[in-house]
Design a protein around this ligand. Structure first.
Ligand SMILES: CC(C)(COP(=O)(O)OP(=O)(O)OC[C@H]1O[C@@H](n2cnc3c(N)ncnc32)[C@H](O)[C@@H]1OP(=O)(O)O)[C@@H](O)C(=O)NCCC(=O)NCCS
Length: 183
């Protein structure tokens, strides 16, 4: 039976290997990646599923985004379960735990790009994303949203942008540092 836990920093290697197996090398070209790159997941919203031996068999994270000028939301993904552990409810356990955690933390809404037949069972639909733009190509029928607070996405429109803490500070060039010192 799988247990859902918070991801620890030491889990990064196992998580990345799991994602490589689940999505292949092309995973970094996805439009959602443009919203994640260089950022860290939302606080308390990097989850893992482990089996009885403690081995990671599933991963799910959420990321801060803004919609339009200032509407905050989370972006869900990637969600992946080790192939040998699929069809046993692990993905659903991660989804339910993640969405419950996001609601408990006071988040308003969640967006994602994924297989509608899978995510519909958790309440996601395409209604609220019709007027949203992603920073790259997106298949409209896979662009879904879920309100955690009723009305949170009412009238939502505009561009979805990455938000929240960055994983690393961009290094200033020597020229910039010299110019800053001289100023
Ligand atoms: C999608 C994924 C996370 C589901 O994990 P899981 O642990 O097998 O999911 P669960 O056991 O909770 O749910 C299984 C159910 O979801 C359905 N399902 C699984 N993947 C699906 C998909 N991509 N589209 C539609 N339904 C799907 C199964 O048919 C099954 O349906 P049932 O309950 O009617 O029998 C897993 O298949 C996976 O890692 N896939 C590769 C990575 C991926 O595509 N991730 C994102 C999905 S957009």
């Amino acid at each position: 039976m799988a247990v859902i836990l918070d991801e620890a920093p030491a889990d990064a290697g196992a998580r990345e290997a799991l994602l490589d197996r689940a999505f292949g090398a092309g995973r970094f070209t996805k439009t959602c990646e443009r919203l994640r790159e260089g950022r860290i997941p939302a606080s308390g919203l990097a989850l893992k599923a482990v089996d009885e031996t403690g081995r990671m068999i599933g991963t799910l994270r959420f990321w801060h985004v803004t919609i339009g000028t200032e509407r905050p939301a989370l972006m869900l993904g990637p969600l992946a379960v080790e192939s040998a552990s699929r069809e046993g409810g692990v993905g659903s356990s991660l989804m339910r735990a993640g969405l419950a955690r996001a609601a408990a933390l006071g988040h308003d809404a969640v967006i994602l790009v994924g297989d509608r037949p899978y995510y519909e069972r958790f309440g996601f639909s395409g209604e609220a994303t019709a007027e949203l733009e992603m920073p790259g190509p997106v298949e409209r029928d896979r662009f879904l949203a879920l309100e955690l607070k009723a009305g949170a996405l009412a009238g939502a429109s505009g561009e979805v942008r990455g938000a929240g803490a960055v994983a690393f500070a961009p290094r200033k060039s020597v020229k910039d540092r010299v110019a800053a010192r001289a100023a």
